[in-house]
Design a protein around this ligand. Structure first.
Ligand code: BTN
Length: 258
């Protein structure tokens, strides 16, 4: 995988994912290009949700990655990226974060980072896929802006009391990312499973997983070979979930999956 990144900072765009996808389709960008925006007008979250970030204070960027992988291996790539960001928060900012399936980074049960991965094209001959991975990390978000988010969220400034610039945090993230991408490239989720289990806190707890209107409840019993969430429902049936959002009723507000 391409491990050298080129950064392009822009003042404003609707969504860095859309901006980067346009560039790649026009041929004015290639794998390794990172587009970061000071302001994102209509940032996109997973499942068509809006991603809110405070202009100039939070990090919103997308990276183009060319990966050689079978489609079933792909969902675990953002999991590796979540682990990379968790590690950067710990090593650079002394913030103890955890990961949450499918690919969120949380601090004290509140979301600090979200990741969305979109495939641009699929050259079926050699199974090389160009991906645009969008990452939103709350850095300086103030309590007033946090109130606009319809789920428990936090920022580096709130948990550490320190203001960091978006440019410096992006540099730190990109320094650590290649290590995790190459680990993931060796054998996908299996290569990161140990770290994932070490840094997630929901194993063997009662959870709900929602995808669209379908909601399953049960015990999180583990993860499948490609990072699928394995849930045992109250009747004892085991379900393998590839997509969805996970909620733990204990300490999360019911957001109704919006
Ligand atoms: C999620 O948790 O729902 C994923 C959020 C991803 C947000 C980032 S911000 C940069 C990039 N551009 C977007 O429009 N979305 C991603």
């Amino acid at each position: 995988m391409h491990m050298q990144f080129i950064q392009e900072w822009i003042e404003e765009t609707e969504s860095t994912n859309d901006y980067l996808k346009r560039k790649l389709l026009e041929g004015s960008g290639t794998a390794g290009l990172v587009v970061a925006a000071k302001k994102q007008v209509t940032g996109r979250g997973r499942d068509g949700r809006l991603w809110i970030s405070e202009p100039g204070k939070d990090l919103t960027f997308s990276v183009a990655l060319r990966v050689k992988a079978s489609p079933e291996k792909l969902p675990s790539l953002p999991m590796a990226i979540a682990l990379s960001i968790r590690e950067t928060l710990d090593s650079q900012y002394q913030i103890q974060a955890e990961v949450k399936w499918p690919n969120d980074v949380m601090v004290h049960g509140k979301k600090i980072c979200g990741i969305i991965s979109e495939a641009l094209c699929d050259h079926k001959t050699n199974t090389t896929i160009l991906l645009v991975v969008g990452i939103g990390l709350n850095i300086g978000m103030s309590p007033e802006w946090l109130e606009k988010i319809n789920q428990p969220a936090t920022s580096i400034a709130i948990v550490s009391g320190i203001s960091y610039t978006v440019t410096e945090v992006l540099d730190r993230i990109l320094e650590n990312l290649p290590k995790w991408l190459s680990v993931w490239e060796t054998c996908g989720f299996r290569a990161i499973q140990h770290d994932w289990l070490l840094h997630e806190r929901r194993l063997l707890t009662h959870i709900r997983v929602g995808h669209g209107h379908k909601i399953r409840q049960g015990i999180l019993t583990g993860y499948g070979p490609n990072g699928e969430l394995l849930l045992r429902d109250d009747q004892g049936f085991l379900h393998s979930c590839v997509y969805g959002d996970m909620q733990v009723e204990d300490f999360e507000v019911d957001t109704g999956y919006i």
